[in-house]
Structure formats: C-alpha cells, structure tokens
Design a protein around this ligand. Structure first.
Ligand SMILES: C[S@@+](CC[C@H](N)C(=O)[O-])C[C@H]1O[C@@H](n2cnc3c(N)ncnc32)[C@H](O)[C@@H]1O
Length: 360
C-alpha cells in the first residue's frame, strides 16, 4: 500500500500519542473481515489525531479495530453495527476495561462438557464446514457460556467467533468444502484448541482507557452528537450486491446461538444460512441516497469517510456529497490497496484505490 497523493494540507505528526495508540492496536486480534482497515490504521491514526476531539462514533464498526484505535487515541467511542457479532466483539474489547477470562473459564469451556445436552449446531450443520467433534464443541461451549454474564461472557463469545472464523478458509461461509484449504495450521487445529488461543488473544487486547459504549442498530438510528464520526460503510459494487450476512452469517448465528435456536434459517440453501439483511449501502441503486442522508445526519461533526475506487459512487460524486453538507470539498488521501477477497471472476478488481475523505 503506498500513498499516491500527499493530500493532507496539515503536516502529519509523529507524536507519541499516535505511536502509542498504534502500538496498542497490535494487541487487537486479527479477524479476516471484508473491508477491514487493519492496514490503514497508521494513516487513520494521523488523521484522527489532527482532527482531535473527545468523542467519536464508529457506526460501521465491523471487526472493531478502528473503534479500538480511537479508544487507544483517547476518544470516548460509541461503536455500532447492524449485525450482532461486531457489537459483541466491541463489548469484549472496547467497552470492557479490565475484565479478562480466567484460566478456569477457558478450561471449563474448552473441556467440551455439554451442560444441558443442546445440539442445535450439530444437528443443523452436520456435514457442513466443521468436523462432528468441532460442531459438538460449539454446542457444549455455548452450554457453558449460557451461564456466564457481563464482560467474561462477551470475551468467551468473541473467542468462539474468532476461533470459528480462523478455522474457515478465507474466513467466509459462502462455500462448504475445503477448496481454499492452503494447509495452514489454523484450518486444522481442533476448534477447542483454537478457542484457547483466541481467548488468550482477546484477553491480551483488554486495556483501560476512556469510557466507551456499543450499540446495535442501523446507522440511521444513531442518536447523539460526536466530535468525530468515522464512516466506513459497505462499498457498493458496480455489479451484484455487497452483503455481509452472505459471508459471515455463521459468525452472526454463533454470536447469540442462533437467537437461542429461533433464528430464521434458509432451509432450502445448501449452507442453511441466515436470511439476508438488506442495507441501503449494499447496492449501487440505493447507496447514493443512503450516503447523502448519513452525511447530513452527521454534518455537525468532523467526518472521515472511507471508500473504494472499485465501488459506486465515484470519488467526484463522494466529494460533491460532502461539499453539499459541509460547504466545501474534503481533503482526500488516496492509498493503493490490494484486496484479499477477490475471486477468480473478480481478479481484475483486486487492485484498487482506497480513499479517505476528511471534512473537519
Ligand atoms: C466496511 S465494513 C466496516 C469495517 C470496519 N471499519 C473494520 O475495520 O473492520 C462495513 C460494516 O457496516 C455494517 N453495516 C452495513 N450496513 C449497515 C447499516 N445500514 N447500519 C449499520 N451498519 C451497517 C456491516 O455489518 C459491516 O460490519
């Protein structure tokens, strides 16, 4: 990734706060997530430091890594997503200030003892994704987690979600076979062992900082005012829709045990996935209006918007939308970005530019 345009007018600081915050983000567990900004953190950290402020909203939180960076930079962060599992990850590592899973917690969950005989995951997903032992582990782990409360429960669920994501090739649940098995150890480690590692990783991420909160919901229902708002919506592709639930529905189901076994499942699909959750940001037909409304909603805050060159609308339209609500065009940083999620069909779209639009 290289900066092709030193677009910021103000000098980038080498301040210790930025450096210290970036060091802290190294403790954040890596979840492969479409559109995640792990590699943009140094640039974002400098932008956030320049804009300053005390409160920040991250309403498309995803993996949660940008919220975590903002907390490390001293902001009181409100983190949101319309999916449940990103909210659980944020509660475990952002809202949580001091609590960790104990070794007894981890042992209790990973031992595989099923407290109440539940088997929703084993019976629904038998023959798909995981071995029978791994599926049985997920049921038994949830039978233990069901007795836990507060931050320890969030950390345990976050560990289960991360373990399942790491055991699935490319971290997505769109295919059932091992077509993308590249022999990595993490794909073969029993899920109970993977869980232990992930529990250690989430524990290491816990740090004390400004009070933060997390909410589940559509961006349009975010209520409050913030000094800084970081917008990282789904990038609407020129063809097809951008649908997070299509890729991550298993993690979503796992984060609340398929709403205690009541979630609506598409029984006729080979994967038995959860039903789609359409969002106006997922489609080229509706994203323009959704972006305009979101920018208007946060026009009183400093806005930082992430977007990609391989998506709709284009850069000129985006800067125009921001000018409409802010009265002037934003600064733009352009970074070359290599996407991990290209398939063969979209290989020509793998190389793209990543924009960061800044409107103080
Ligand atoms: C590009 S990802 C965010 C990535 C994140 N910044 C990171 O670094 O991991 C977009 C996120 O927006 C969420 N999302 C999609 N539509 C939404 C909506 N209408 N309101 C709130 N969240 C939404 C998705 O669930 C997804 O997690």
């Amino acid at each position: 990734m290289t900066s092709t345009q030193p677009a910021l007018e103000f000098p980038l600081p080498g301040g210790t706060r930025v450096d210290t915050a970036l060091l802290q983000t190294r403790a954040y567990p890596h979840l492969r997530y479409m559109g995640s900004k792990y590699r943009l953190l140094p640039t974002l950290a400098n932008v956030f430091a320049q804009l300053g402020g005390e409160t920040a909203l991250d309403p498309f939180t995803g993996s949660g890594v940008v919220s975590y960076l903002l907390k490390a930079q001293g902001f009181h962060v409100t983190s949101r997503d319309y999916l449940n599992f990103p909210v659980v990850l944020a509660r475990a590592s952002l809202v949580n200030q001091t609590t960790m899973l104990t070794s007894e917690d981890v042992e209790q969950i990973s031992r595989g003892q099923n407290r109440d005989g539940r088997d929703f995951i084993s019976t629904t997903y038998g023959g798909l994704y995981f071995t029978p032992e791994d599926l049985a582990f997920l049921d038994s782990a949830w039978s233990q987690i069901a007795t836990m409360r507060g931050a320890r429960r969030d950390l345990a669920i976050a560990s289960l979600v991360l373990a399942a994501a790491r055991k699935q090739p490319r971290g997505v649940f769109t295919v059932t076979g091992l077509r993308y098995d590249d022999g990595r150890e993490s794909l073969h480690l029993p899920l109970a062992d993977q869980f232990r590692r992930c529990a250690e990783a989430w524990n290491s991420s816990v740090f004390e900082g400004p009070a933060c909160q997390t909410e589940r919901g559509d961006v349009s229902s975010a209520e409050g005012s913030w000094d800084l708002v970081y917008l990282d919506p789904p990038y609407a592709p020129p063809r097809d829709d951008n649908d997070y639930i299509k890729r991550y529905w298993f993690l979503e189901g796992l984060s609340d045990y398929w709403q205690d076994g009541t979630a609506e499942i598409m029984e006729k699909t080979g994967t038995k996935k959860l039903v789609k959750r359409p969002t106006a940001f997922g489609s080229k037909r509706t994203i323009g209006g959704a972006l305009a409304a979101t920018l208007e909603q946060f026009s009183g805050s400093s806005i930082v918007l992430s977007y990609g060159s391989n998506a709709v609308p284009d850069l000129d339209t985006l800067t125009g939308l921001i000018a409409d609500v802010k009265g002037s065009r934003p600064e733009v940083i352009t970074l070359r970005h290599r996407y991990h999620f290209g398939t063969h069909a979209s290989a020509n779209r793998r190389e793209a530019e990543e924009y960061i639009l800044i409107a103080p």
